[in-house]
Design a protein around this ligand. Structure first.
Ligand code: SF4
Ligand code: MG
Length: 291
């Protein structure tokens, strides 16, 4: 029995290593950071899908989470701050067969890159977006961000944040995403399942993974270690089914709604484009006129 478990662990490790650029390790993340957990669940999801590894492409922006693109062994683009979605859009349009996903942080995707995100969701671009939300700008020193819960302390709000944060799931859903889910790094199996579900859909899918950043967020907000925050996630996550994402706002010290909020169907950007080109090709007069 012991040998069987050992073999399974070795198989699992081999499968994960296949998706990693082992020569880039060790990674840069702090002890107790949750980004590696989110990355591992994603790798496990990809490894189990019936898709050749070379058909995946990952794009990230800038920040601690954005480093993931450099560690994944596939076509990967570690792009400029906030611009992962436009890069990913170009990639998908140039080669629609690629399974393109974006792996980046809350500041990168919803602050500097926020406008790109809402418009990709509106267009229903066929992208899968995994956003690690650690409530803060981690890499640059723990400044307040658009996801920092009200009253949380940061390096730039030492007496507490006085602004309300974005509710990322509601924002993605309102902008038009066809798949929206939220988990914490405590929910490793659920993240994996959500990534697979997101890839099974055509259109813009969004997964928020709430993650500990003990170094610059937790240390100022009563979670000095990653484990403290994981215990908080375990005790305070409330799993919901098809709940209204409007209700999923996060408050400091409050419950965290996790689960799938949206699983809908509507034509993707490329579906609409092919339909329109089909119509134009069937109408010679309009095509000639357009030329
Ligand atoms: Fe992770 Fe925070 Fe350290 Fe960045 S600063 S690696 S987010 S713990
Ligand atoms: Mg962040």
């Amino acid at each position: 029995m012991g040998a069987l478990i050992e073999d399974a662990v070795i198989d699992n490790e081999t499968m994960v290593e296949k998706f990693l650029r082992m020569d880039r390790l060790p990674h840069i993340w702090c002890s107790g950071c949750g980004i590696g957990t989110a990355m591992r669940s994603t790798i496990e999801a990809l490894a189990e899908m019936d898709v050749p590894q070379q058909d995946f492409a990952v794009v990230s922006g800038i920040g601690c989470t954005a480093r993931v693109a450099g560690y994944l062994k596939m076509d990967s683009f570690h792009t400029t701050h906030g611009r992962s979605i436009p890069f990913a859009t170009g990639l998908k349009l140039a080669n629609p067969k690629l399974k393109v996903f974006v792996f980046s942080g809350d500041g990168d995707l919803f602050a500097i890159g926020g406008n790109h995100l809402i418009h990709a969701a509106r267009r229903n671009m066929d992208l899968k977006v995994i956003c690690v939300n650690n409530f803060i700008y981690g890499m640059t020193g723990g400044q307040v961000g658009c996801t920092t819960p009200t009253h949380s302390k940061t390096s730039t709000t030492p007496y507490g944040n006085y602004e309300p944060p974005f509710n990322l799931c509601f924002l993605a859903a309102a902008a038009g995403a066809v798949y929206v889910a939220r988990w914490t790094t405590y929910h490793v199996r659920q993240i994996k399942k959500s990534v697979q579900e997101a890839f099974s859909k055509r259109g813009f899918s969004f997964i928020e993974v709430i993650s500990p950043c003990p170094t610059v967020y937790g240390s100022r907000n009563s979670f000095p270690t990653g484990l403290d925050m994981m215990k908080y996630f375990k005790a305070n996550s409330q799993t919901v089914v098809a709940a209204d994402p409007r209700e999923a706002a996060i408050e400091k010290g409050g419950k965290i709604m996790v689960g799938k909020f949206v699983d809908a169907e509507r034509p993707s950007f490329q579906d609409r484009l092919s339909e329109m080109w089909g119509e134009l090709e069937g109408d010679e007069g309009r095509v000639v006129e357009a030329e």
